[in-house]
Design a protein. Structure first.
Length: 127
């Protein structure tokens, strides 16, 4: 689980976190990336920054909840932030999304397809 792995990090790991945060910060400014992807990267950076701030002493959960709330989101988004951070730290993979890439025909909706068929049958009977 990513939460358990993140919770194992200590002050000894902060140099790696700083490097990851610096790399993500540079990526978040890339105007070629789409807005959703950049927002995810920015939220990830914000969570890492809050976690590493010694004056605040936030846990990963606390830091991610604050960032999620600041984006108008809730606990599931905070959990996703922690998952994205874990994935980036261990696999160097970024939090991609599928918004706008899912394609499904309205004809796959059985109710709509049945209603459409009924209307077309009526129209064809009338000539």
């Amino acid at each position: 689980m990513s939460d358990a792995e993140l919770n194992k990090l200590s002050y000894l790991d902060f140099e790696g976190l700083r490097k990851a945060c610096a790399k993500l910060t540079v990526l978040s400014k890339d105007k070629k990336l789409d807005v959703v992807f950049r927002a995810r990267i920015t939220a990830t950076v914000g969570t890492i920054n809050l976690y590493m701030d010694s004056e605040l002493s936030y846990t990963w959960r606390d830091a991610s909840l604050i960032v999620a709330k600041s984006q108008g989101q809730g606990p599931s988004h905070a959990r996703n932030l922690r998952m994205w951070i874990h994935r980036f730290l261990h696999h160097r993979k970024l939090p991609l999304h599928r918004y706008g890439r899912f394609s499904c025909s309205i004809l796959n909706d059985e109710d709509f397809a049945q209603e459409s068929s009924s209307i077309l049958l009526e129209v064809s009977k009338d000539g």
